[in-house]
Ligand binder design. Sequence first.
Ligand SMILES: CC(=O)SCCNC(=O)CCNC(=O)[C@H](O)C(C)(C)COP(=O)(O)OP(=O)(O)OC[C@H]1O[C@@H](n2cnc3c(N)ncnc32)[C@H](O)[C@@H]1OP(=O)(O)O
Ligand SMILES: CC(C)C(=O)C(=O)O
Length: 569
Amino acid sequence: MNKGYKKYLPFQPIRFPERTWPEKVIDRAPVWCSVDLRDGNQALVTPMNLHQKVVFFKTLVEIGFKEIEVGFPSASETEYETLRYLIDEHLIPDDVTVQVLVQARAHLIEKTFEAIRGAKNVIVHFYNSTSTLQRKVVFDTDMEGVIGIAMDAARLIRQLADKMREEYPEMNLRFEYSPESFSGTEVENAVRICDDVLEALGATPEDKTIINLPNTVELATPNCFADQVEYVATHLKHRDCAILSIHPHNDRGTATAATELGVMAGAERVEGTVFGNGERTGNCDIMNLAMNLYAQGVDPKLDFTNMNHIKRVYEECTHMHVHERHPYAGELVFTAFSGSHQDAIHKGVTYMAKTGAAHWAVPYLPIDPADLGRQYEPIIRINSQSGKGGAAFIMHRHFGYILPKQMHPEFGALIQEVCNREGRELKAEEVFRIFQREYLRVHAPYDLKRYRLFEENEKLDRVVVYFDGVLSCNGRNIQLSGRGNGPIDAFFKALRSVGITAYKFVSYSEHAISTGADSQAVSYIELSHGDETMFGVGLDHNISLSSIKGIICAINRFERRAQAEKQEK
Ligand SMILES: CC(=O)SCCNC(=O)CCNC(=O)[C@H](O)C(C)(C)COP(=O)(O)OP(=O)(O)OC[C@H]1O[C@@H](n2cnc3c(N)ncnc32)[C@H](O)[C@@H]1OP(=O)(O)O
Ligand SMILES: CC(C)C(=O)C(=O)O
């Protein structure tokens, strides 16, 4: 037995019975800040170059981000140049604020101020670690020492900002402070340092500073983080001078939950990345969070309709991959292979179309794929796990054939047999080819060579239909004729007149089908032979002929099977 777990200590949650967040419901979007170009970028094997950052920046603007952390301009030439390029080339829309990150270190802060000259809207974001662990091992200091680092930085930032505002009066300059590793910091200490920083920066209710609480390393279940956030939200002396922000990471795989609970706990702003790229297991995934709101009927204030394009830009710029099962964005998240899911989706989609339902309600599909620019086509894909409903859905959605419900088991079994034999998924076109082979291209042993159908009024209220025609059977022509109360009846009588008597009519359905500009009738005819039933399909511009073709198809299919069984014996 591996006893390695013994080297870990459990997280000590704060005691906070006053919490109110469990009763809260998120009914509006927080302010979103994308940190793709900073936290996402610093975690890449090969960080983005200037071109990639600019392309990504433009995509973030298209999505609707109004706050974008563009980098750490004091860290490298590329970071500095990218910011300058965005400013000098006027690529930052007037309603977008660029954010820059810097450590609480004087020379880096000075360089950062040099980089932001002339930008219209800027947030200078500075941070230092406050956690018990980092105080001890990184800074080798106590809480007073860590507060001192933050205060020196805050004072310098205020001074440089005053100077810059004089030089560039049109600049809208704001501040953000992160007690980095907040979730590993005693909450009382976090409140203390944040209040001190708010005072040092001169924050007011009219000119708020962003206080950003990072779950730098996710250490505990999301409820623990929510308690910490609500504690700060309710204990900050200068709460009215602060915009409360959170910056969750995903070390335990629960960043989405931690962010949602953090917002319920009082966070008004969220920092994250669009597909969750970021240090280690990543940042919280803003696309995921925004679409969660959307699927609850809340306007997320971000637009992911063009998901495939966003995904392409992300993958090209970062060389990361959006997983097939990624919420909302993955290749397979709107696909059902299994039979019962396909059946329920098919019924749900049909029900919505039939009833004109105002709200989305399709089993197994929490969101309409079309809202993310995804098509219906890939929703149902066919492999050996699929059922009859899936094959019928494909025939309907892709090719316009509405197979009657009684026919689903027969066609489903044909498809499943091929899937099992081939051991792979069948594409929609392959499903259609099987349908063509089994139903539309069955011209032997019987084939209709010539025919004439006409009606006579026997009495004023009674129409009699006459069928006259020639059937070929294995090269031999058979003349046949019959009369009945409709084309199907007349044809059956004609068949009986030449000794084809074993087949009984069971059911019939038909609908119009458009193939380009052309419209035809498709008839589904179910016949019985002894205890067995089988379907035939007829397609023709003439509705009467389509049903006669359907009858011949069903008879041919019975005959072929009998022949195959004979050969097997
Ligand atoms: C959780 C996060 O994601 S925070 C963001 C992290 N992102 C990055 O660091 C990416 C960009 N950073 C860099 O390129 C570099 O770190 C630079 C250029 C900013 C600084 O480089 P350097 O000074 O050469 O190295 P480094 O970052 O290792 O500095 C470590 C020193 O800074 C101190 N330090 C680290 N962070 C901070 C901080 N936020 N505030 C104050 N001091 C800090 C350390 O205690 C250490 O001090 P010491 O030398 O007295 O022991
Ligand atoms: C700088 C801070 C916000 C950060 O990136 C983190 O703590 O993860």
